[in-house]
Design a binder for this molecule. Structure first.
Ligand code: DGY
Length: 337
């Protein structure tokens, strides 16, 4: 019997179609968040799954999935998956790093610039027919070039943003769980500082750290109070990192100049206070969304799933495992756990 895999969202059909060479594939017709019992029912009869951040999978969803050996997440962030629970069950998890680094960094930089220079606010104002007369003082924003960029989370994407900053002659400060090697700091022209210093010094603070409960709302009212009132805050990581009400307070009161948000705690629902503000640029979680990159992410996920289920050119050796310790289980086709 051929292994069976579930593709939880409609993804590029031509790429996902490669799975059919080795597996029976159950595709999903519509985009959406599947209820927990639907995910559990799907996983119950599958050997593998290709999922996205729409799909939350933990102990409950895999409780009756004896065949399940691998979950390939299409995304670098995998906070939708309870990795300890999946690892405990011997299920390999993979993600899609690297292929999205530059595209996501481009977008983070663009969002930061849009917030600083009030680009979407200005466009809305113009489209509303409010531009009656050219004026010297219309929509004055903050500069980007020559200012201090603060990066919270200095992984691959943070480093790629730092590299872009050089072209804008920005001073780059970063804070990260661990300090980078000196040669990497040199390449990024970035200086390590503690979190408080990052908040205090940044003219533009960009969040690029992975979400975990330990960083839940790490950017809260206290943190924002340490920032410059002229600063901008850009979040391309995960919504839960920012206390959105505290951010709305700061943007409403002028305690913070502007924000650029691509991610939200309850997405796709957006805090109505943010929707009502003009000094925040809001985008629908599209930082990695260039066509080429989204295709590359699906391609990598397909390669991961195929290899994790022990077939294809990299059988047993998926390119980007998250919990490689589960690999011993997954590389043995047909193993019963
Ligand atoms: C990622 O890759 O984590 C993006 O947020 C899209 O899932």
């Amino acid at each position: 019997m051929r292994p069976r895999v579930w593709v939880s969202q409609p993804l590029f059909g031509d790429i996902v179609g490669r799975l059919r060479e080795h597996f029976d594939v159950i595709e999903t017709a519509a985009v959406g968040k599947h209820p927990q019992d639907e995910i559990a029912a799907m996983l119950a009869s599958c050997d593998g799954a290709l999922v996205t951040l729409n799909d939350r999978i933990g102990a409950a969803e895999i409780a009756n999935a004896p065949r399940l050996r691998a979950i390939a997440n299409v995304g670098v962030g995998y906070n939708n998956l309870d990795v300890p629970a999946l690892t405990h069950a011997g299920i390999l998890v993979t993600n899609t790093p690297d292929v999205l680094t530059e595209t996501t960094a481009d977008f983070g930089f663009a969002l930061m610039m849009a917030a600083a220079r009030r680009i979407t606010e200005a466009e809305r104002w113009l489209r509303d027919g409010q531009w009656k007369q050219w004026s010297f003082e219309t929509m004055l924003g903050g500069d980007v070039h020559g200012t201090t960029l603060g990066i919270l989370g200095m992984g691959r994407i943070g480093q790629a943003i730092a590299c872009r900053a050089a072209g804008f002659r920005m001073r780059v400060l970063y804070h990260n769980r661990s300090r980078l090697r000196a040669d990497v700091e040199g390449t990024c022209r970035a200086q390590y500082v503690d979190f408080d210093m990052l908040l205090a010094q940044a003219d533009h603070l960009v969040l690029v750290l992975p979400y975990s409960p330990a960083v839940h709302q790490i950017v809260n009212a206290d943190a924002i109070a340490k920032m410059k009132p002229t600063a901008t805050l850009t979040n391309i990581a995960r919504g839960g990192i920012v206390d959105e009400d505290a951010l709305a307070d700061a943007l409403e009161s002028g305690r913070l100049a502007a924000a650029g948000l691509d991610v939200y705690e309850g997405e796709p629902a957006i805090n109505p206070r943010l929707l009502a503000l003009r000094n925040v640029v809001l985008t629908p979680h599209i930082a990695s969304g260039s066509l080429a990159t989204r295709r590359a992410m699906v391609s990598l996920a397909v390669e991961n799933l195929t290899a994790a289920l022990g077939v294809g050119p990299r059988a047993g050796d998926p390119p980007t495992p998250v919990n490689a310790s589960a690999l011993d289980w997954s590389r043995k086709p047909g193993i019963s756990k």
